[in-house]
Ligand binder design. Structure first.
Ligand code: ZN
Length: 108
């Protein structure tokens, strides 16, 4: 259940490079241990690949960390265009989120 939930949740996240939403089929759970979930995401629109780490406790995500791939880091080395804002945005989203998933996933 959590796996499906996390995939749906991150399919709401926009690609930090081109702004497209990640497709659920391009979100993969890499590993899971003690509530720490590591997911890889792939943007079918621009080909960006990245990692997301999420700390999940009793169904609540308490922390999300995203990382860029090596290539992306090189590309954005001289700027702060991508990354921090996305993580903060997700962080704030999760902080404000009241747990009403039915409502979240029904809005388009
Ligand atoms: Zn993209």
């Amino acid at each position: 259940m959590r796996e499906a939930f996390l995939k749906r949740l991150f399919s709401k996240v926009n690609c930090g490079v081109c702004g497209q939403k990640y497709d659920v089929s391009n979100i993969k759970i890499l590993d899971q241990e003690d509530g720490l979930w590591v997911l890889s995401v792939y943007c079918s629109s621009c080909g960006t690949q990245g990692l997301i780490a999420a700390v999940v406790q009793e169904g609540n995500i308490t922390e999300v960390i995203t990382d860029l791939t090596e290539a992306e880091r090189e590309r954005f080395d001289d700027s702060e265009v991508v990354g921090v804002d996305d993580v903060l945005e997700m962080h704030n989203f999760l902080k404000e989120f009241d747990g009403d998933f039915a409502n979240l996933f029904s809005e388009k």
